[in-house]
Design a protein around this ligand. Structure first.
Ligand code: CA
Ligand code: CA
Length: 223
């Protein structure tokens, strides 16, 4: 059955400055109308793609809830159209937060090694930093902070996707999701690079899984 999906943003006179996203879906004689985010957002957009492999498209909706901090803050949802309404399949980070599995290791002479625990991805690059940087001295020797960091191999990965869009990565007609996250180390302004993933929804365990990972270094200049 062919459906019509309309997404619009409502402004209430005298109400909050944010837009309230509302979706209307018309299929057959049924009309569904739902407010998607009571708290509002800057903008909303949607894609239609079969994520779970049942040959019917899901409705993927993303909302930008804040424009500050790296690449902004987003909420992403995937809904299934069912008789009687929309059923939320997935919501990140509000309902189904998960780690995309990136770690960062540091050692002497400024090598940074980013790895992904789910895919075996590993990428090492040199990122020289100047005076006052807590993890290296000016000659590139790893500091006590770097040694402490080696325990957890922490990489600050935003709990938001600034890209979250359907792609059929393997051409089988079921859509995977291309996602990207801003990453940082010392502070949020210490932009290390972008963590890219291909995500796949598994209807058996009802969860999203990382099936590919990549990392693009941010070429910050340091004295
Ligand atoms: Ca589907
Ligand atoms: Ca596919």
């Amino acid at each position: 059955m062919v459906s019509t999906v309309v997404l619009f943003e409502m402004r209430i006179y005298g109400g909050p400055l944010y837009n309230i996203p509302v979706i209307v879906v018309i299929f057959g004689d049924d009309v569904i109308c739902e407010v998607l985010l009571d708290s509002g957002c800057y903008f909303s957009a949607f894609y239609l793609a079969d994520i779970d492999g049942d040959e019917y498209s899901e409705i993927m909706i993303r909302h930008e809830t804040d424009s500050f901090g790296g690449m902004g803050q987003h909420q992403d949802f995937i809904y299934k159209l069912e008789s009687g309404g929309l059923r939320k399949l997935f919501g990140f980070p509000a309902d189904d937060y998960f780690s995309t599995g990136f770690t960062l290791a540091l050692s002497d002479d400024w090598p940074y090694t980013v790895e992904n625990q789910f895919t075996g991805f590993s990428h090492t690059f040199t990122r020289k930093t100047g005076e006052g940087y807590p993890y290296f001295d000016t000659q590139g020797k790893a500091t006590e902070d770097a040694e402490a960091h080696a325990v957890e191999k922490w990489l600050g990965v935003d709990p938001y996707f600034f890209i979250f869009m359907p792609v059929d990565a393997d051409g089988d007609g079921i859509f995977e999701i291309r996602a990207a996250q801003y990453t940082y180390l010392w502070s949020r302004a210490d932009y290390i690079g972008t963590a890219y993933t291909i995500l796949k929804w598994n209807p058996d365990d009802h969860a999203m899984h990382v099936i590919e990972a990549n990392f693009e270094t941010h070429d910050a200049e340091y004295e």
